[in-house]
Ligand binder design. Sequence first.
Ligand code: C2E
Ligand code: CA
Ligand code: CA
Ligand code: CA
Length: 279
Amino acid sequence: AKNRGKNTFQFYTADMNASAMARLKLEYGLHRALTRDEFQVWYQPKVDLASGRLEGMEALVRWQHPEMGLVSPVDFIPVAEECALIVPLGAWVLSEACRFTRQLQADYDFSGRVAVNLSGRQLKFGNIVDTVQQILQDSGLPASCLELEITESTAMDSDQEVGRALEGLRSMGVTLAIDDFGTGYSSLAYLKSLPVQVLKIDRSFIADLHQDKDDAAIASAVISMGRSLGLSIVAEGVELPAHRDFLRAQGCHMAQGYLYGKPMPAEAFRRYVQTFEAQ
Ligand code: C2E
Ligand code: CA
Ligand code: CA
Ligand code: CA
């Protein structure tokens, strides 16, 4: 028994070493990726539910790893956040997204907003107000065409720096959105105290709302309370016509999801805008 105990312990440490190594490799690869130009920004359309018009898009980062292929942000964003790489990476995504959107405005009659995700770390340590100001200036994109998505848990952070950053961004004319709403513990009453204009309902409440009474009740409560606070409501993860019909009937303003389009590389999104234009 003693022996087995020892072996178990050895396996355990061997496992830990393997995962620590994998983690270290990922971290190293991430740092290299920024200088090697391995990141890409993809875009997913956001559509106005009442008119069907293209209202804008969300910028979503992708990592094209030389051996691993396309790596999901779900796998590398948390690591980038822990090792602070999210600050330069986030700034790079912002500047790519603003440049691309300015180009769409120049080439087509595009007036939509681009939404970019911000991590808590960028709001706390990234000197974010100056960074955004500089990027808008360099790209020539008006502040009114930029939206920044902050998760509910980041917005809940009582850190003074976060609050100041949000106020600073808002006074520049940037739109602020609460992402993944419903997954944290914030109340809509609390949101009222933040300089936020958009509420994105997390896709976990959307997926089953056509067959789950509780999810449908939550979604419609968020929509009606959000509307009464003067917020613009976006549903994410809209995959089915049944989702769209329900959300539209409830007065949800916008939708984003596979029903309208998956995230796509910049060139594909450019063609998507072109076809919308032609309609
Ligand atoms: P998110 O901000 O909630 O982004 C929406 C995610 O839902 C995206 O996953 C998108 O591809 C996915 N999605 C959109 N429509 C549907 C649908 O109809 N069905 C389903 N099943 N999924 C849908 P993605 O691109 O893998 O990004 C995952 C997360 O990674 C994002 O979640 C965001 O939290 C983070 N992320 C992505 N890009 C960035 C970035 O540039 N900066 C930061 N800080 N985080 C990012
Ligand atoms: Ca988002
Ligand atoms: Ca989201
Ligand atoms: Ca989500």
